[in-house]
Design a binder for this molecule. Structure first.
Ligand code: ADA
Length: 568
């Protein structure tokens, strides 16, 4: 499953999910030996999508691995769409290199024309190697670098015309009752009769909203036509609200092709140090969530995502931070339809000066932001973009990269506020570049005692005042304590469920009573497997700060947080 709604009714699409041939390549022989032409005979079977680290014997494998699959198509023009391959991917079709992609959490595609009929061979080389300087993420993170084709691979059979992309924008009137809609749709043509300058007849693009024809545009099919329509009125819209998610299906149709998007109408505002959705003040009650499970790694089945959603909603949350990378699109669909607000970010975690000054990091970061924002622009659940997490925001190099990221995102999306998670609230020099101040702190776990929270919040408010930033609202984007599931004692020292429980009880009550704090995200939803580099600080090689353990069993703190969130 890729999405929770039907994306195409006319276009023929199918997934290559299932058994692929697989071989690890620790010595890097594959390219030289042309495995993309002759796949090694001793390759084994693997399921796609999945992470190879969940296979027996490959628990710690980091490096290159090759995947192969045969498929048939009836069309001579196809789009091959990879929804997620962790790290670097190099793709080969019938022995020829199609191209590569860097970045594990957003999709990429290849349009292939004039493909001969019959069987084709798709080979992918995946590399999940991470460096200490210029990969995003770096080698040292506090989650696990699962490798593999972790999300579905989709084949689309294309006709003469196909809708390559669409963008839907809207403006709501004062009363939030009526909308003016803008559309930008890119259509490509493979027909030999089109092409710039050719005198082909007119083509039509129909736009349907919730099954009713809304508008038709006549256009001339060029190799690539960008069709723009602006200011089309839609009256009496039902708003998307947290907990009350009204959604609209927008379907584009031309010739034998179609594409459906799902949108929600809502107004997001940051004003008077508060967050407003549709003119209503919202207090964020959230958790940080990694896409992780001992048996699935990043490649969570939908059933598990749905269960996560149920557990999180039962906790009384109205928001999730997708720490620390773009989530599967299907999970965002779920947030859209469950009315849960979502904070999305790229996996830029813990970067220091040398990396922040590295041009490749800037280039990769910009591209990742662009891919994330373009992929997820239409999800009403996303209310904020996160630029990075716990980089060294005390130094000019961080200022420069944060500014570049903010400019990039704002050039694509003017509708959502920006933030990032800072671990240096009192020395941070980048707050002015974004709209919301978000801080990660662990007083009472790593640093000093828990009461230091009070001083930190007071000092942060003073700093914002001094820097003319007192209009900015504050989110506590991470706070938490480790509690090992089942560790229940009278004494309640660190690593017990009791310590974690008391910790969260104190902090949530504290944050709830500070008016400038518009919300909080407990670190974290579930226990997760962590990187080798962190193992000595992390019992079981897990980050144990989950409210539920890795198998989603609740710890004592789950019930405490539930009570507090339900009262808030
Ligand atoms: C950081 C980081 C998280 C996690 C957490 C912790 O703030 O953003 O990914 O590592 O600390 O548990 O220490």
């Amino acid at each position: 499953m890729i999405r929770l709604f039907e994306r195409h009714r006319k276009r023929c699409t199918y997934c290559l999910d299932g058994i692929w041939k697989f071989k690890t390549d620790p010595a890097g022989r594959g390219e030289k030996e042309e495995w993309y032409k002759h796949f090694p005979g001793d390759a084994v079977d693997i399921v796609v999508p999945s992470c190879w680290n969940n296979e027996l014997g490959l628990y710690e494998y980091e490096g290159k691995a090759w995947y192969a699959k045969k498929f048939r198509t009836r069309s001579e023009n196809i789009n091959i769409l990879f929804h997620g391959v962790t790290g670097q991917a190099e793709v080969y079709l019938d022995g020829n290199h199609l191209g590569g992609h860097y970045g594990g959490f957003t999709g990429f595609n290849f349009v292939v024309e004039n493909l001969p009929a019959g069987e084709h061979s798709l080979v992918v080389c995946v590399d999940n190697t991470h460096s200490d300087i210029d990969t995003i993420p770096l080698a040292r993170v506090d989650w696990y670098h699962y490798g593999g084709i972790t999300r579905s691979v989709e084949i689309m059979e294309l006709g003469d015309l196909w809708i390559k992309d669409c963008r839907i924008d809207y403006r709501l009137d004062e009363k939030l009752e009526n909308a003016l809609l803008d559309f930008e749709v890119t259509v490509q043509s493979f027909s030999k009769n089109t092409g710039a300058g050719h005198n082909a007849g007119p083509a039509y693009l129909d736009i349907y909203i919730n099954e009713r024809k809304f508008h038709t545009v006549e256009f001339k099919a060029e190799k690539e036509s960008v069709i723009k329509v602006e200011g089309l009125p839609l009256e009496g819209v039902k708003l998307w609200n947290p907990g009350e998610p009204n959604l609209y299906m927008v379907r584009f149709e031309t010739g034998n092709d179609d594409l459906t998007e799902r949108i929600g109408f809502r107004k997001i505002e940051i004003k008077n140090k508060k967050l407003y959705i549709n003119n209503r003040e919202v207090r964020l009650k959230g958790v940080n969530r990694h896409e992780d499970h001992p048996d699935w790694g990043f490649a969570l089945p939908y059933k598990l995502m749905k269960k996560d959603m149920d557990i999180i909603k039962n906790l009384g949350c109205n928001t999730i931070r997708g720490s620390h990378y773009p989530n599967a699109e299907i999970f965002l669909d779920l947030c859209d339809q469950e009315g849960i607000l979502f904070w999305e970010e790229i996996p830029m975690w813990g970067f220091r000066e040398e990396s922040l000054k590295n041009p490749l990091v800037l280039e990769r970061g910009l591209k990742m932001h662009e891919e994330m924002v373009r992929r997820d622009y239409h999800h009403p659940c996303i209310f904020v973009w996160g630029l990075h997490n716990e980089i060294d925001t005390r130094i000019p190099a961080a200022y420069e990269i944060t500014r570049a990221f903010a400019d990039k995102i704002r050039s694509i999306d003017k509708t959502r506020p920006l933030t990032y998670a800072s671990m240096y609230p009192l020395d941070d020099i980048c707050f002015s570049l974004v709209d919301i101040v978000s801080i990660n702190k662990y007083f009472g776990w790593y640093d000093g005692n828990i009461e230091k929270w009070v001083d930190c919040i007071a000092a942060l408010k003073e700093k914002l005042q001094n820097e003319n930033l007192s209009h900015m609202p504050i989110i506590i984007s991470e706070f938490g304590a480790g509690g090992i599931y089942g560790e229940n004692t009278f004494e309640g020292p660190k690593w017990t469920e009791n310590y974690q429980d008391k910790y969260l009880d104190y902090t949530i009550r504290l944050f709830s009573n500070v008016p400038d704090i518009i919300g909080m995200y407990v670190w974290q939803y579930c226990d997760i497997r962590t990187a080798r580099e962190m193992a000595l600080e992390r019992p079981r090689s897990f980050n144990n700060k989950g409210l539920v353990n890795e198998y989603r069993k609740p710890k004592q703190a789950y019930w405490t947080v539930k009570k507090l969130y339900e009262e808030l």
